[in-house]
Ligand binder design. Structure first.
Ligand SMILES: [Mn+2]
Length: 221
């Protein structure tokens, strides 16, 4: 039986990511959807992108684009001044690459990965976006601002016209808890802030969580 497993915002927390992958033991028939924000704030953004590239070789990986990858890519491609990104955690990211004044410390394979990151993923029953959505618009027509920036604490969307349940990240819960209403679940459980990285199997709702230090949390569900 193939599984579809969605990961919340990793933000450089490679130890937590590795622990969850060890616990889940993904098979080549499984689909791993990562909800965006692999980089910034946490200690090893470079390591997380390397791990995504490895996973891509082993199974079906759907690495959604987060607002942090969007900013990083814009800076690396010289489309944006670096200050905004650096203030959003980009300093830690550049440190993970051993930055010494040359943006070329980020390998082309990482830039290419970010350039091919999609904005959404869907199954017959669920869809996944990084941040939020306009309930009245099809997924293909969602504004980038909604997909990547607007927190669900700013706008809690109505059920989507597709009738599918939304899975989102981006809005971290300050108590490290999963936020859930019938039509939406947010699995950004604030790993870089000291709480949990969460993974959820779509078909069953099974949850796995690990601390930033990479300690697995006993199942809560
Ligand atoms: Mn985000």
């Amino acid at each position: 039986m193939s599984r579809t497993i969605v990961f919340g915002d990793i933000h450089g927390c490679l130890a937590a990511f590795n622990t969850l992958l060890d616990a889940i033991q993904p098979q080549s028939s499984d689909t791993i959807v990562t909800a965006g924000d692999y980089v910034d704030r946490g200690p090893d953004s470079k390591g997380v992108l390397d791990r995504l590239l490895e996973l891509e070789q082993q199974l079906k990986l759907v690495p959604l684009l987060g607002n942090h990858e969007e900013m990083m890519l814009a800076v690396l491609e010289r489309r944006m001044e670096p200050y905004g990104w650096l203030n959003h955690g980009g300093v830690e990211t550049m440190e993970s690459y051993g930055f010494n004044g040359d943006l070329n410390c980020v390998p082309k394979s990482h830039i290419d990965l970010m350039k091919r990151m999609p904005s959404f993923f869907e199954t017959d029953t669920h869809f996944v976006v990084h941040a939020n959505y306009d309930a009245q618009l099809p997924l293909e027509e969602q504004p980038k601002e909604m997909l990547r920036w607007v927190k669900i604490t700013e706008i809690l969307p109505d059920p989507h016209i597709s009738g599918k349940r939304a899975v989102v990240g981006h809005t971290h819960n300050r108590q490290g808890e999963i936020f859930e209403v019938p039509h939406l679940v947010c699995i950004d459980t604030y790993c870089y802030g000291g709480y949990w990285l969460t993974a959820m199997e779509l078909e069953t709702g099974k949850i796995w969580q690990a601390s930033p230090e990479g300690v697995l949390r006993q199942a809560t569900k």
